[in-house]
Design a protein around this ligand. Sequence first.
Ligand SMILES: O=P(O)(O)O[C@@H]1C[C@H](O)[C@@H](CO)O1
Ligand SMILES: Nc1nc2[nH]cnc2c(=O)[nH]1
Length: 292
Amino acid sequence: MFPESANGYSFEECSATAEWLLSQIQIRPLVGIVCGSGLGRLAEMLKDQRTFNYSDIPNFPQSTVHGHAGRLVFGTLKGKPCVCMQGRFHLYEGYSIQKVTLPIRIFKLLGVSTVILTNAAGGLNLDYKVGDIMIIKDHINMPGFAGNNPLNGPNDERFGIRFPSMSDAYDKELLQLAQGVGAELGYGNFLREGVYCVLGGPSFETIAECRMMTKLGADAVGMSTVHEVIVARHCGMRVLALSLITNQAVMNYDSQEKANHEEVLETGQLRAEQLERLVTTMVTRIQDHNSA
Ligand SMILES: O=P(O)(O)O[C@@H]1C[C@H](O)[C@@H](CO)O1
Ligand SMILES: Nc1nc2[nH]cnc2c(=O)[nH]1
């Protein structure tokens, strides 16, 4: 069925990883950041860094994708304690969905209350341009429709409830803050708000699939984030998620365009600085909450 069966890491295993990390660092992060494909430079903005290779962290999977460095970076952004994943895990790497989302539970156990996720995505909305930044207001979870949900398996109430709502997945206050900060920074003409649709990847989508997703109400398509959002909300953290539109999804049979990972990484480089400024400014303005 799905890789490595339904069961994830136990609360005790997650706690062991979190305690190992806490024993190595002085700071107690309040904000957790996940960097999308080609967007890892964000982690370099942190001051007083303490960096761990994923290979050195107990229970952590390894990054296998170009553009995902595979490092967990602790530090401060304008004085606010943060932890940043410089590289995330994806279903198509062959990891179970529980393994893909393990770091989010570790964030929670480290004391994080707000999670900011970034990703690279294909633009489905015909008004979107390459280089637009889309604040995610909602998602469509395609693997979830097929029964692949990170909360499958026994529920441990120490993380969260059995049946969490997802109608409030994306925090409205953070979304407004992102809009406000974006306007202040002069990003008005490339800042969007829309619906992200996740697929398993690693193949990019067909023209018919893109047309279908557009009809379903998706504005952008990608291969990550949603599973992390579900796990973050399950354990009560607030979520903001941003998609960088790195390429236009191919919607026409006459088109010669083909989605490719190189273009995704190149667009990441072009907009990295603006995305970094948006995230860092937001982090300084976030009010701390203990839970959502
Ligand atoms: O980690 P993200 O969602 O940013 O990565 C996207 C999806 C694939 O991993 C890759 C395709 O180019 O970029
Ligand atoms: N599925 C998918 N993921 C992406 N990540 C970046 N661009 C794309 C895309 O066009 N499709």
